[in-house]
Every structure is written in structure tokens, then in C-alpha cells.
Design a protein around this ligand. Structure first.
Ligand code: MG
Ligand code: MG
Length: 279
């Protein structure tokens, strides 16, 4: 076990290497799910594919049984105006939907956590723009992470990216405030919170061995949400559609290393002019 500093779990390089194994299993599972998203497929079928892939890869689905009431599935499947925490089941995807899939796995006691939003067939242009803005804001967050910097440097960069992007209908994007990214390690959710908005220069220092999940949740309208009757699904209060992207990452002496990205984030970081930390 690493040292604990102000409630922040600091991992050794060997422990980060174990988190990379869990992260790769999550990343591979999400790519498998992306390839299986199509009109006519149910969210429950996607969940079964995920659980099978996680278990056959030597992992445990971390969402299954999590919280109260215990989450009943291995992925969160959130469609259209559902932002996060959707429960997979009988809902059948239709052309024009978007589905946000969140996936977590434990391997040898260490967690990975990541999410993607995927289009089902042809989607409205404004929804594709929302997805691009949301994913771009996550990468802007990673690009702002420097050893010796602070956690909210990431938050400020996520918000600045979203606010810099034109809204398709002239409104402004909703950045959820009630749900945040988080520290991650031997538990899925650890200190500190990683908000998707705010001023830079606050929160714990970004130091070697800290691992964080960065996960912007952005809507085409309201930032306010409601909890559905199933006690889990988070929906926008105005019915606007949402996107959610997430990766687990750490910062090495070389730069950010995206533990749940199949290439470690190398292509995207290089494209942003940011040194890749996973070498
Ligand atoms: Mg997640
Ligand atoms: Mg998370």
C-alpha cells in the first residue's frame, strides 16, 4: 500500500503498473462495446458483453453491487437525456440515439474507470458537436496536468475548453456540478474530487503516484439533474441530451499517462503538443 497524504492515496510505480493492467481491461472492454453499439441492440446485451469480457480478462466488474441500492450491472448505460448511472436492461437502442457507457474493473485489487459516449447510427449534428466538445474538454484537462501543479488546474482547463466552443444553437453548454471526477486506486472513488469547472491552483498537488479519473459530464442545456425512480439514473432536468467521457490517468516525470487508453493517450497528447508520460 502506498502512503496516504491528506487522504490522497499515493501509489508506487509497481502499483501504477497494476492500475495500467486494470485500465487496459477497461479500455478494451469499452472498445468491444463501441463495436457492438447499433440500432436493435439492448443496453442489457451490452452489459452482458462487458461482464463477460471483464471476467474472462481476469477482472471483477467494479460497478456490480456498488452503492445502495446495490447497482445491478457491470456498466452504466445512459441514453440521450440520461447523463450518467443509467441501469442497463431491456431498452433497445434506436438510430439517432446516443449512449454513454461507463465501465469499471478491478484487477488484483486495483481499479480502472472510464467512459465513452457513442452515436447509434446517424445522430443530429448538434449532438455530435456536444460529444466532440465533451471529449475535447477531457483531453484539455489532461493537457493541463503538470507535476507540481494542482488538481483544479484540470478543472479549470475542462471548463475553459467547454466555454471556448460554439454552442450549436447559440446557448451555453451545461457543465454538471453535482458529479465530479475523483481519485482512484484500491477503491474506485477516492479523494480528491476533480470538478469540471472552477479556478486553477487549488486542491492537492499533482505528484508522482497520484491517480485520478477525469470525467466531464456536459449537456446541450441545463446543468441541473434529477435522479430517476430507479434511484440511480441521472437525467437532465430540462430533457437536454448529454455526453460523458472519462479516463483514469496519472502524471509521470515525462507527462500524463492515460491508464485506460489503449495507447496510453500517446496519440491525443502528442496531437496537443503534450509530452506523453507512459514511456
Ligand atoms: Mg466511470
Ligand atoms: Mg469515475
Amino acid at each position: 500500500m502506498g502512503l496516504f497524504d491528506r487522504g490522497v492515496q499515493i501509489k508506487t510505480p509497481a502499483q501504477i503498473a497494476k492500475m495500467r493492467v486494470a485500465g487496459l481491461l477497461v479500455g478494451e472492454t469499452l472498445e468491444l462495446l463501441r463495436a457492438n453499439v447499433r440500432a436493435g441492440t439492448s443496453t442489457g446485451e451490452l452489459d452482458a458483453i462487458a461482464e463477460d469480457n471483464i471476467r474472462s480478462g481476469g477482472g471483477i466488474p467494479s460497478f456490480l453491487g456498488y452503492g445502495y441500492p446495490p447497482f445491478p450491472a457491470s456498466i452504466c448505460a445512459s441514453v440521450n437525456d440520461e447523463v450518467v448511472h443509467g441501469i442497463p436492461g431491456e431498452r433497445v437502442l434506436a438510430d439517432g440515439d446516443v449512449i454513454s457507457i461507463d465501465c469499471g474493473a478491478i484487477v488484483d485489487g486495483w481499479h480502472g474507470d472510464a467512459a465513452i459516449t457513442v452515436a447509434v447510427g446517424e445522430i443530429p449534428a448538434e449532438v455530435q458537436t456536444l460529444m466532440d466538445v465533451t471529449e475535447g474538454s477531457m483531453w484539455a484537462g489532461f493537457a493541463a496536468a503538470r507535476l507540481g501543479g494542482r488538481v483544479t488546474d484540470i478543472s479549470a482547463a475542462v471548463e475553459a475548453h467547454v466555454r471556448s466552443q460554439r454552442h450549436p444553437s447559440g446557448g451555453s453548454y451545461g457543465i454538471l456540478e453535482d458529479y465530479t471526477g475523483h481519485g482512484i486506486g484500491t477503491e474506485m472513488h477516492q479523494s480528491p474530487n476533480v470538478p469540471n469547472y472552477g479556478k486553477p491552483g487549488r486542491g492537492p498537488k499533482l505528484e508522482l503516484g497520484l491517480a485520478l479519473a477525469v470525467e466531464p459530464m456536459i449537456t446541450l442545456g441545463s446543468k441541473r439533474t434529477l435522479v430517476a425512480e430507479d434511484d440511480w439514473t441521472i437525467v437532465t432536468d430540462d430533457g437536454s441530451w448529454a455526453a460523458h467521457f472519462e479516463h483514469t490517468f496519472t502524471v509521470t516525470a515525462q507527462g500524463p499517462w492515460i491508464l485506460t487508453a489503449l495507447d496510453g493517450g500517446e496519440a491525443k497528447l502528442t496531437g496537443l503538443g503534450v509530452p506523453y508520460g507512459g514511456r
